[in-house]
Design a binder for this molecule. Structure first.
Ligand code: SF4
Ligand code: SF4
Length: 440
């Protein structure tokens, strides 16, 4: 199967089929070059390789089957979307394409050049009609996290329905009260799409499904990062698994991630590593890394480093917290717990955002990491400005840090690789010196 077998469906949902086919074949080629050439990959990655081949075909057919039965299909660019409600309604919640440079020129016909590439890429996918997920969505979930996104929704809404949720930028009691009301309003919007009311049991069921998914992702995070002697999966493969969590059916995905984790557990026991023993272990902090933006991971792991964690929304920030279902008796209780869970997200859109810094320092210690890369997309002001406080805390703790700001163009790939190589070299030198010192 694949894109070709679903041409009629893609055409019916308004995809520009020829242009889409060209982009998909480029994406698959890039995936093959960057992923399939890795040595000693876990067997469990075969499912994710297969999913990649069906990413804009078979999965799109599944989502459109749900829609035929009036189940909601919601596209998003942000992890603040209360996906538990959508899944409880029997629908699908998915991340939209926004990681490719190929759509940016089209977006710049409507948006300024100097805004973040994620927004431009996503907007361009809608203008080109080359993202089958965007075309399959009843509406796009928008939020008020950053200035560029907030204003883009008004323009995007001319081309596709957008529901905007007002995310506060502080976490005072009055802000959290408003947040809870926004979640209730989102639920009502889902009910409008479905044409029927959602029951508490359905929403609890959706929450359980998503809690299980996040638990599986936490398990993968622990296996790749918390065993200092062994790296059982490459950072690139683990990133890809996390990226697919925003597209796949959550129950199937949970099962496949758990199967992969069973295999990784054995690898950890047997000390089967995909990299050499003393390889520098890096954490990546910062903005989301949407597919097919694999530039940083390719540069690091092609230069003798291992990425053991992403402190990012496609990563730890997404799965670190679950919804507490222990004392839910009413819908109001559930809305309150959803609000608590979502307000624990430490996005740089909040002020102050100090818990993020404490968390990073703790994560670094727990993972016995050797350094961090603070990665921001160009023109992402929130993460860029916040890097000052984060790097200051890292420096005070003696943690090596490399700051990289990049967009989606391949032009700076060489420059990034050179900077990463120099960073890795300095870490290796430091580690050798420490070893020498401890022996003498
Ligand atoms: S960084 Fe903030 S705005 Fe961006 S996806 Fe994450 S939570 Fe949403
Ligand atoms: S990466 Fe930054 S600028 Fe881009 S959408 Fe997310 S918060 Fe906004």
């Amino acid at each position: 199967m694949g894109v070709q077998e679903h041409r009629d469906l893609l055409s019916n949902i308004g995809v520009d089929v020829d242009r889409h086919a060209t982009m998909m074949s480029m994406g698959l080629e890039s995936y093959q070059n960057q992923f399939m050439s890795q040595e000693n990959r876990p067997e469990g990655m075969k499912y994710f390789d297969w999913f990649m081949s069906e990413i804009q075909g078979g999965r799109i057919a599944e989502i459109n089957e749900l829609r035929k039965n009036k189940k909601p299909a919601v596209g998003t660019f942000c992890i603040f979307v209360p996906e538990e409600i959508i899944v409880g309604a029997g629908g699908a919640c998915f991340g939209l394409c926004g990681g490719s440079p190929a759509t940016i020129a089209d977006a710049e016909t409507e948006l300024p050049r100097n805004i973040c590439p994620l927004i431009k890429s996503a907007h361009g996918f809608k203008l080109q009609r080359t993202c089958a997920y965007t075309q399959s969505s009843d509406f796009i979930y928008g939020e008020t996290t950053c200035e560029a996104k907030k204003k883009t929704w008004e323009i995007l809404n001319k081309h596709h329905p957008v529901h905007v949720m007002n995310i506060p930028h502080m976490k005072r009691e009055k802000d959290l009260k408003m947040w809870k009301e926004e979640i209730v309003e989102f639920k009502e919007h889902i009910e409008e799409v479905m044409g029927e009311k959602l029951s508490l049991e359905e929403m609890i069921n959706g929450t359980k499904i998503i809690n299980e998914k996040r638990k599986a992702m936490q398990r993968l995070d622990a296996l790749r990062g918390l065993n200092p002697d062994v790296v059982p999966i490459s950072g690139k493969d683990a990133l890809f698994v996390n990226q697919m969590g925003f597209l796949d059916d959550p129950k199937r995905y949970t099962q496949k991630v758990n199967e992969l984790c069973d295999e990784l557990e054995k690898r950890v026991e047997e000390k089967t590593s995909v990299f050499e023993k003393d390889i520098p272990r890096l954490m990546v902090l910062g903005t989301p890394i949407a597919p097919p933006n694999w530039k940083l991971h390719t540069a690091v792991e092609g230069s003798g480093g291992a990425i053991i964690n992403e402190e990012s929304c496609i990563g730890h920030r997404y799965y670190k917290d679950n919804v507490d279902l222990d004392n839910i008796e009413t819908e109001d209780d559930l809305m309150g717990e959803l609000m608590k869970r979502y307000s624990a997200v430490d996005c740089a859109c909040f002020t102050p955002n100090t818990p993020r810094i404490d968390k990073i320092l703790q994560m670094y210690k727990d993972r016995c990491a050797d350094g961090v890369i603070y990665y921001t997309l160009s023109f992402c002001h929130t993460y860029n400005v916040e890097s000052h406080l984060v790097t200051e805390a890292l420096e005070a703790a003696g943690i090596p840090c490399l700051v990289i700001e990049s967009d989606y163009s391949p032009e700076d790939a060489g420059q990034i690789k050179t900077r990463v190589e120099a960073f890795l070299e300095s870490i290796s030198f430091k580690n050798k010196a420490l070893k020498f010192k401890s022996k003498n």
